[in-house]
Design a protein around this ligand. Structure first.
Ligand SMILES: NC(=O)c1ccc[n+]([C@@H]2O[C@H](COP(=O)([O-])OP(=O)(O)OC[C@H]3O[C@@H](n4cnc5c(N)ncnc54)[C@H](OP(=O)(O)O)[C@@H]3O)[C@@H](O)[C@H]2O)c1
Length: 303
């Protein structure tokens, strides 16, 4: 009879790892600070729901109502096109489903074709007429995003749709627990959550601007940006912080890197919107943030 495997060292190692996690700075940062940030976000939502005047005072800029597309035969846009990144699961898949039901042609973007096809199958089960297509894109790779740009341009030309995009949802995101460096030399979480969305948006901007009806960019941020407390943030310090995510030694600052990536995405959203309207105030393109985790379910308010 083969001797029973000695489980003691591995269970002891697992117990030590669990204890190490409980005692880690990241764990307590997520448990305490993120909970406070979430409560703060919900309090803000409640306040603006009860007193809408606060919302108008807070956002004094132009209000961008949701654009409903007409399917009239003479309409230029027969079917609006929407790109959803990270559409193979979670909020991205839910947003893709909700938009497909509303008549969009949804382009599902993700790293794994099989998972994307599975999502398509699930949507088709509920609505066989849903208009969907998939593209395999790794947002933590510049070359993959560039390949997607040329792929989608060609795809639009080959389709019978208007060669423009009406909605881009930068949803893909990860919460990594260890540091991985991408082939472009960045921290993988920072490149997926922020740099990839930045590059993709800039490459797809001409297609969004070319839309004959108002177009929209939705960046899925997070309540955790509230945990970024350094008030001395400028272009230089922020750039340095992005590179600081790559630790030379010691443990990986997982929680802080996630918060920083979402904070950068939030700043990018505000700045892009400001710059677009500074150049051309009549431009019919808006940039907004989806901070509420149920943005996909309540798409009528957010998209
Ligand atoms: N869930 C929440 O409570 C919550 C709260 C606030 C904000 N958010 C944000 O909401 C977004 C979606 O969250 P979720 O909970 O739905 O997460 P999820 O279920 O893990 O989905 C993340 C998606 O991103 C994709 N993805 C990851 N890395 C990618 C890469 N390099 N290139 C392309 N796609 C990539 C994943 O696809 P593959 O792995 O198959 O490639 C997956 O489809 C994230 O940005 C997250 O930060 C979530």
């Amino acid at each position: 009879m083969a001797p029973a495997p000695n489980l003691v060292p591995s269970s002891r190692a697992s117990a030590m790892a669990a204890l190490g996690m409980l005692l880690s700075y990241d764990f307590w940062r997520m448990a305490v600070l993120w909970t406070l940030a979430l409560i703060c976000s919900h309090f803000h939502l409640l306040l603006t729901a009860c007193f809408p005047c606060i919302l108008h005072w807070h956002h004094r800029s132009r209000f961008y109502p949701r654009c409903r597309f007409s399917s009239a035969p003479d309409s230029i846009i027969k079917r609006p096109v929407c790109v959803v990144t990270g559409a193979s699961s979670g909020l991205g898949a839910a947003a893709a489903r909700a938009l497909a039901f509303q008549g969009y042609h949804v382009i599902l973007v993700g790293r794994c074709l099989q998972l994307l096809q599975k999502t398509i199958g699930e949507i088709k089960q509920q609505d066989n007429d849903a208009s969907l297509s998939v593209f395999e894109v790794d947002l933590s790779s510049f070359s993959s995003i560039k390949k997607f740009e040329s792929g989608i341009k060609q795809w639009l030309l080959d389709s019978n749709l208007h060669p423009s995009i009406q909605l881009l949802i930068n949803n893909a995101g990860i919460l990594a627990t260890s540091c991985r460096v991408t082939s472009d030399g960045y921290d993988q979480m920072m490149q997926t959550n922020f740099i990839g969305a930045f590059v993709l948006t800039n490459l797809l901007l001409p297609l969004l601007k070319f839309s004959p009806v108002p177009s929209k960019i939705v960046n899925v941020t997070s309540f955790t940006h509230r945990c970024i407390s350094n008030t001395d943030l400028n272009e230089g310090t922020l750039g340095a912080k992005i590179f600081d995510c790559l630790p030379t030694s010691g443990s990986y600052p997982s929680a802080r890197t996630y918060e920083l990536s979402k904070f950068c995405l939030l700043l990018f959203s505000y700045e892009l919107h400001r710059q677009l309207h500074l150049v051309d105030p009549s431009l019919n393109i808006s940039v907004m943030c989806g901070r509420n985790p149920n943005y996909a379910g309540d798409s009528s308010n957010h998209l």
